[in-house]
Design a protein around this ligand. Structure first.
Ligand code: MF3
Ligand code: CO
Length: 249
C-alpha cells in the first residue's frame, strides 16, 4: 500500500485521538504500584475509553484479547495483562492505542515500580531519549532511515541494543500503515519523508542482545537472553518544520 498523506484536518483529528490516548496512558502510569494487578490497567482503559467515546484499537486486533499491552522486565512488547501483581523493582512497559473519529493514535511508555536498579533507570532514560532523537530526525526531505539511524547510533553508543524484529509504522485510519519504521539502519534507506505523513516511532531497547523470542501465548515478546527491555512510542506528523507530536496529553 502506498504511504497515505494526511490533510491538516485529518491531522487535527489525529491530535485529538492522541490527546485521549496520552491522557489515559498517564492515568495508567499512576496506577503502576507494587501490588496492583495488571488486569486493573485493562479495566481502567475500558472505563476511560467508554467515558470519552473512543475505541480500544488493540482489542480484537488479530485476536489480541485486551485493550492495552503490559510488558514486564524481559518482556519487550505485546504482553497480555494477566493476574500478576507489579512488584518493587519491576520495569513495566505500557502500550496503548485508541481510535477516534476513524483515526488511530498509538503510544507507549516504560516506568519503574518503586525503587529500581540504577542500570534499569538508565535503560529507561536512554530509550526515551532515543525516541526523542528519532522524532527530531523525522523531517520533510530526509529519508526514513534517518530516524532509525539516529536511534541506533545513540542506543548502541550507550551500550544497549535495539530490537530489529519489531518496528514502528505509519498510522492513520489503520493502526499499521506503510511505511515500516525501523529503529536501526543506514540514514539513506527508505522513502523521502513528506509533510502529512504520520508515523508511530517506537524504539524497543534491550540491555543485552537485540534478539527476541515469543511466548507460547502467541503474543508476549521477550529478550532472547532474559535481559531487561524498555519501550517508548509516540505518533508524530511530518510538517514543514519540527515534527508535530500527536500523542501528548
Ligand atoms: N504499538 C503496538 C504496535 O504498533 C501495539 C499493537 S498491540 C496489538 O504493534 F495487540 F494490537 F497487536
Ligand atoms: Co505502534
Amino acid at each position: 500500500m502506498p504511504i497515505v498523506i494526511k490533510s491538516e484536518e485529518e491531522i487535527g483529528i489525529m491530535r485529538e485521538a492522541g490527546r485521549h490516548v496520552a491522557q489515559v496512558l498517564q492515568i495508567l502510569v499512576e496506577h503502576v504500584r507494587p501490588g496492583v494487578v495488571e488486569t486493573e490497567l485493562d479495566r481502567i482503559v475500558r472505563e476511560e475509553f467508554a467515558r470519552r467515546g473512543v475505541i480500544p484499537t488493540f482489542l480484537g486486533y488479530q485476536g489480541y484479547p485486551a485493550t492495552v499491552c503490559v510488558s514486564v522486565n524481559d518482556e519487550i512488547v505485546h504482553g497480555i495483562p494477566g493476574d500478576r501483581a507489579f512488584q518493587e523493582g519491576d520495569v513495566v512497559s505500557i502500550d496503548l492505542g485508541c481510535t477516534y473519529r476513524g483515526f488511530v493514535a498509538d503510544c507507549a511508555v516504560t516506568v519503574g515500580v518503586g525503587r529500581i536498579s540504577p542500570e534499569a533507570e538508565r535503560l529507561i532514560r536512554v530509550t526515551e531519549e532515543a525516541l526523542w532523537r528519532g522524532i527530531r530526525a523525522a523531517r520533510a526531505g530526509v529519508r526514513l532511515g534517518a530516524i532509525g539511524h539516529a536511534i541506533q547510533t545513540y542506543v548502541e553508543g550507550q551500550g544497549f541494543s535495539v530490537v530489529r524484529e519489531y518496528v514502528g509504522h505509519g498510522v492513520g485510519r489503520q493502526m499499521h500503515e506503510d511505511p515500516q519504521v525501523p529503529n536501526y539502519g543506514p540514514p539513506d534507506f527508505g522513502p523521502v519523508l513528506r509533510k502529512g505523513m504520520v508515523l508511530a516511532i517506537e524504539p524497543m531497547v534491550n540491555m543485552g542482545t537485540w534478539r527476541t523470542k515469543r511466548d507460547a501465548d502467541g503474543w508476549t515478546v521477550r529478550t532472547a537472553d532474559g535481559s531487561l527491555s524498555a519501550h517508548f512510542e509516540h505518533t508524530i506528523a511530518i510538517t514543514d518544520g519540527e515534527p508535530l507530536v500527536l500523542t501528548l496529553p
